[in-house]
Design a binder for this molecule. Sequence first.
Ligand code: HEM
Length: 126
Amino acid sequence: MLSEGDVYARIGEEGFQRLVAAFYAQVPGDDILGPMYPADDLPGAEQRLRDFLVGRFGGPRRYEEARGHPRLRMRHMPFKLNQAARDRWVQLMDRALDQAALPADAVSLLRQFFHHMATFLMNTPS
Ligand code: HEM
């Protein structure tokens, strides 16, 4: 069975690049998420998520070199992360996982991680 630390070896830089690009392609047109993300720095946001995921799943730890300890709950506090925002983020990422055409074992592991992490990051009920 594939473990989290092996996902990078399985899908490579390329796989994370395709996944995160497919996610961010949907962000600007989204009525909930679009306004939250920095319109003038979407490529920067894309790079931060990609680097984080690469490091989290067994690849080079570029995110921590650039940004320090992730502390993702703290970093999401400026945003109103309610159930609707959480569900929309997960919906866009599920679609990106479909579009990126990654191996099924990597997809199921990543999907589970995203669902849990998105729930954990919620910081307001409504
Ligand atoms: C639950 C719904 C979520 C919303 C609405 C949300 C929204 C945002 C926004 C608006 C940013 C700022 C963009 C930037 O300039 O970097 C951000 C940053 C970030 N998000 Fe999320 N996010 C969500 C879930 C997640 C999840 C599940 C993950 C991890 C799998 C994640 C990982 C990150 C990372 C790594 C950053 C960059 C943090 C930094 O270094 O400043 N987010 N998020």
